[in-house]
Design a protein around this ligand. Structure first.
Ligand SMILES: *[C@@H]1O[C@H](CO)[C@@H](O)[C@H](O)[C@H]1NC(C)=O
Ligand SMILES: *[C@@H]1O[C@H](CO)[C@@H](O)[C@H](O)[C@H]1NC(C)=O
Length: 272
């Protein structure tokens, strides 16, 4: 009995020590918020970056409108400071506050056919399992958009949207969390921003007049492994991997596909 008691104390001390060590070594951006980084795939390939990456202090709102807003994507650093929002999006906090609430999932194919409602806790438990490479996008459930702004407003109220807005538009948020290896295949819509709160997200884009070669029901992961390596030079997409603290702007009707390299928490601001 005494032996077991001592062992329990030992284990508790060890856990406490590890927690303290983790707290010391973590920074707001790099700690991952408790979201697992395990994927089961080698997703370390961030690829090249062929999109302009600029510090927002070196590009004024006016220059953004003249040089990018209507012509090409750009990645801006330091445009918003979402340190507080990031803390609220840690795994433990989101599960504590929203674990029992239902979230609406969509299939991760180009035309998002199916919708399923599950408790947030169940989605989090499911998404940490890696999925086989040949799983179809139409069989992959993805939490992005369809957010209930009544239930989640205290969280979204803390999000600082990118300040370089387009004239005569208003922003609408889509919030999501997804496992490594997931992503949405090529599709297009109006202009907007995408920011990762935790994790890295690899982006592929094509201008509106250049239709990408892809199957609407296959995942981005299968596109990256099977089609992307065989593209001719003139068929190469614009691409880059974004990290917390960076926002990617995509202009109106640009084709885009995404691949989450880590478990990612992300939010888009659609400018409609
Ligand atoms: C959002 O949540 C509220 C409060 O739980 C609920 O009454 C409402 O039906 C939900 N809206 C949608 C679109 O699910
Ligand atoms: C994609 O999957 C959906 C749902 O399973 C199906 O209805 C549709 O026909 C498929 N599209 C193609 C092009 O295979």
């Amino acid at each position: 009995m005494e032996y077991r008691f001592a062992l329990t104390i030992c284990v508790q001390l060890m856990l406490l020590w590890r927690a303290q060590k983790a707290a010391k070594s973590s920074t707001a951006v790099d700690d991952g918020g408790g979201w697992s980084l395990y994927s089961g795939y080698n997703l370390d390939d961030e690829g090249p970056c062929s999109i302009d990456v600029l510090d927002s202090s070196s590009l004024s709102h006016r220059q953004f409108l003249e040089q990018y807003a209507y012509t090409k994507p750009v990645i801006l650093r330091g445009l918003t400071d979402n340190t507080k929002f990031r803390l609220l999006c840690s795994k433990s906090n989101l599960l504590e506050v929203y674990g029992n609430q239902r979230v609406r999932l969509s299939t991760a194919n180009t035309y998002s056919y199916r919708k399923v409602d599950v408790p947030f806790q169940e989605y989090v438990d499911l998404l940490l399992r890696p999925q086989p490479l040949d799983t179809l996008g139409s069989d992959t459930l993805y939490f992005f958009g369809d957010n209930n702004f009544t239930e989640w407003h205290t969280l979204f109220d803390q999000y600082r949207a990118p300040s370089y807005v387009l004239p005569r538009t208003t922003g609408a948020y889509s919030f999501g969390i997804a496992g490594p290896g997931t992503g949405v295949p090529f599709h297009w819509h109006g202009p907007g921003y995408s920011e990762v709160i935790y994790g890295r997200k690899r982006w592929f884009l094509y201008p509106p007049d250049q239709d990408p070669h892809f199957h609407p029901n296959r995942t981005t992961l299968s596109w990256v492994t099977e089609i992307y390596p065989n593209l001719m030079e003139e068929e190469a997409p614009l691409e880059c991997t974004i990290r917390p603290g960076e926002v990617l702007y995509f202009p109106d009707r640009w084709w885009h596909a995404t691949l989450n390299l880590d478990t990612s928490v992300f939010i888009s601001t659609f400018l409609g």
